[in-house]
Structure formats: C-alpha cells, structure tokens
Design a protein around this ligand. Structure first.
Ligand SMILES: C[S@@+](CC[C@H](N)C(=O)[O-])C[C@H]1O[C@@H](n2cnc3c(N)ncnc32)[C@H](O)[C@@H]1O
Length: 268
C-alpha cells in the first residue's frame, strides 16, 4: 500500500473523530484525560528512574491535563477540573469507603445534572437581587402570568409568588431533584404557583405575559425563535445574564449582585 492510500485511510477515521471532538467539550475533556493517563502511566511503568508514588503520578497527570486543556483553549473552568479529577479519585479510593456511597452520590448527580449534556444548561440559581428586581417589573394592580423556563429549585418562583399575589406563576423543570425541590418550595403558594416536570421546548409560551429564562448562551437563538413564534405581541421576554445574539434588548438592568449579572428585556 502506497503512502497516499495509507494517509487517506488514516484520515477517514481520524477526521470524524476530530470533528466530533471539536463539537463537544466533554469529548475533548475525555480525550485529554485518557491521553495524559496513558502517557503518565507509561512513564511510571517504563522508566525505572521515575520513583513517584501513585498520588504523585496522579498530581503530575492532573497538571499535564490542566496545561493541555489551557493550550487547547477549553473554557477556563475545565482547568481546575482537569487538575483535581484523577488526584481526587486516588485520594477518595484511599479512604476505602463503601462503593455504595459512590453509587448513591453518582445517582444524585445524575438526577440533578444528568440532562445538562443534552440541554447545555447547567443548574445555577438566580440571586435574591434578580428575584427582587424581576418582582419590581411586574404589574402591581392587574392579573398577569409569568413562566420561569427551567425553574431550577424554585427559589425565584417561591419568592415572587409570595410578594405578587396578583400573578399566576408557572415553572417547568427537566431535572428530577430540582423539580421536586421546586414543588416543595412553592407548596405554600400553590394557589398561584404551579410547577411541572418536563421540557420547556415542548411548552407553549402564548398564555404568558412574562417569560423568564436563566439558561446559558447555547439555547438563546432557539429561544428567540420560539418566543417570536409563540409569544403574544406586547408580552415580555426576560433573560438573566445571556443575550440573544443580534437582537438588541429594549432594556438592560444591571443587578450588582454577586455574579454582577444583568437582566435583558425584549418586548415582543
Ligand atoms: C441556570 S438554571 C436556572 C434556575 C432558575 N430559573 C433560577 O433562575 O434560579 C437553569 C435550569 O433550567 C433547566 N433546564 C434546562 N433546559 C431545560 C429544558 N429544556 N426543559 C426544562 N428545564 C430545563 C436546568 O435543569 C436548570 O435547572
């Protein structure tokens, strides 16, 4: 076989791998971990000169993975994750805990964050300041309805449904544990606040006067398409922290909270 066919053979499997790696930071992270694990293990086994303990080798692997992640320009939060991932596993294994603890913790994490890989929206919560500013924007003397898309643990809805009795509040949440927490937290205000388990992309936005979203940059363009198709003229879309690329908001309200976030408002 000549060099050219060999090269094209190699590229035929290597190129799709590269493309899918570029598409998903999770795959890139896995690739970095496997590469550094393999290299450091090889180093530990084959070079008798390297007399490091398992933990020291793990630290070396963590540092290499963190450097590669930085060089590949992965989002900055991957650097500490790479740095401590394997050292943390080695340390935890040394504690000789029952495997049931890991199984339990893994299960809880899946129920809280399992959908993040699909939705590209992790769980983080609106600040108290965001809830207060949002409440101040809502009508005081007439009925209205508001939906929180991905209501997390229900803190925002519990807070504003208490101080805005004229409103009808609705939350949709896809992750099971946050959904249950939302239900519990809003139980006292169940007359004007309802929580549903499910996917907000399948939920019609036309009944709402205000749609609140605290998501991530990933779904914002699709959210705008959905809002334009479904929301009524005059209703308001409010996004905490994330803009819609190419669509100028009608108002931007700086919150001066811990994460220095901004509320962006678009009137449909
Ligand atoms: C950043 S948190 C915001 C939580 C809450 N809205 C707040 O402001 O405190 C985003 C939430 O949206 C949920 N989520 C993401 N995509 C979703 C979807 N398609 N359907 C329902 N919930 C979703 C996530 O599980 C997460 O709990």
């Amino acid at each position: 076989m000549g060099l050219d066919p060999m090269l094209s053979n190699f590229l035929s499997w290597y190129r799709p791998l590269l493309i899918s790696l570029q598409r998903s930071s999770l795959l890139v992270a896995l690739f970095i971990q496997l590469l550094t694990l393999f290299t450091i293990s090889l180093l530990g086994i084959t070079l008798p000169i390297v007399t490091l303990s398992i933990f020291e080798l793990a630290v070396l692997q963590g540092i290499s993975a963190a450097i590669i992640s930085h060089k590949l320009k992965m989002p900055i939060w991957w650097v500490p994750i790479h740095l401590i991932f394997i050292p943390a596993i080695i340390t935890t294994l040394a504690l000789t805990l029952s495997p049931l603890w890991f199984c339990g913790a893994f299960f809880i994490l899946i129920l809280m964050f399992g959908k993040t890989y699909q939705t590209k929206v992790p769980l983080y919560l609106s600040s108290h300041k965001a809830a207060s500013v949002l409440a101040s924007l809502l009508p005081k003397h007439k009925d209205f309805s508001l939906i929180d898309l991905g209501c997390g643990c229900g803190g925002l809805l519990a807070h504003i449904s208490k101080i805005q009795p004229k409103g009808n509040f609705f939350g949709v949440e896809a992750a099971p544990i946050p959904f249950l927490l939302s239900k519990l937290r809003t139980m006292a205000n169940s007359s004007n606040c309802r929580i549903q388990w499910g996917d907000f992309w399948k939920h019609d936005l036309s009944p709402y006067d205000v749609v609140y979203a605290y998501l991530s940059p990933a779904p914002m363009e699709s959210l705008w398409d959905k809002a334009c198709k479904e929301m009524r003229p005059g209703s308001i879309l409010i996004s905490n922290s994330f803009i819609i690329p190419g669509v100028k908001p009608e108002k931007c309200l700086k919150l001066n909270d811990l994460t220095d976030s901004t509320l962006y408002l678009w009137r449909i």
